[in-house]
Design a protein around this ligand. Sequence first.
Ligand code: NAP
Length: 338
Amino acid sequence: MRKPKVAFITGITGQDGSYLAEFLLKKGYKVVGLVRRTTSIRRANISHLLGKVAIEFGDLLDFHTIEAVIRKYQPDEVYNLAAQSVPADSWSHPIYTGEITALGVTRTLEAVRSAKPDAKFYQGSSREVFGGAKHRVCNEETPFLANNPYGVAKVYGHLITRTYRESYDMFACGGILFNHESPRRGLHFVTRKISMGVACIKLGIKSPPLNETGEPLVKEGKLTLGNLDAKRDWGYAKEYVEAMWLMLQKKQPTDYVIATNTLYSVRDFCKIAFGHVNLHWKDHVESHEKFKRPTEITASRGDYAKAKKELGWKPRISFKELVELMVAADLKRLSSSG
Ligand code: NAP
């Protein structure tokens, strides 16, 4: 019997890491996940995978733990998805964001180079690298103009990945992913705040989860958000992790934009989400300065033509379907938690 391929995922407890682990397990991989060591570990996204994946504790701050795991398992593929991943939090945590989201990439690349240099490497790059670029549509050739600490850290992570590819002939790819969402999206992100807010309001939940400022997400039937006019190219995370794997199956490593090439506003998201449960968003949504970014990124779409041509990848579900499945999942989650 052929030995199964081994994949190592940093950030396996996150949205993408958990979907990618499921996807790779179905493909017959042995999956090893790096879980950040804390005293009380929360693993909601991977609780159904425990026993199916190998868990190792480590941190992107700590080169030695990453290197030891790679040396132990000798992975064929390494997916670096761990990051301080919340752009809005990067203004309050700029140095930490740089340590994890930028230098953490170098630590992981160095660990690969030292312990398994022929492993294929995927870096979770982001559309935030384009930041304030004036382009309405961005592709792999669009110059980087990041304008928040997270985006700047992602530029570093992307370029150091390219540098290792070119300097050491490593198989290293950067996936420049536009926003992608799901019921597993963290509650610091606006899409999940909306889907969870709708579910709390619809079900009359008395103690809603807390938002990023430590206040209840919903107060007296109102959900407070930032800039309702902000526009994003939003796709479905479960589809985006397939693109990560496809990149590592190519003969030659390169970078790809993964996106839907569509644009919707936060207001559009609210309209569909509240409409799905027969409520009107205007009755429940407020906007407050404290949730607005000091600098907003340009409303740009992602051109995924290269991924379509070379990987055969394209987005499948619509924006409306995505919003509705997120609302349905939060309604179900809250209903079943009593
Ligand atoms: P996510 O749900 O926020 O997951 C981030 C993961 O990183 C979590 O597993 C987290 O662990 C882990 N992590 C954070 N700090 C760490 C540290 N110091 N050491 C080890 N692990 C650490 O993010 P995601 O949405 O899945 O995104 C995956 C990657 O793609 C990230 O790099 C993100 O920046 C990037 N990206 C995401 C999007 C998007 O729209 N989702 C778009 C472009 C790029 P805990 O569970 O312990 O917090």
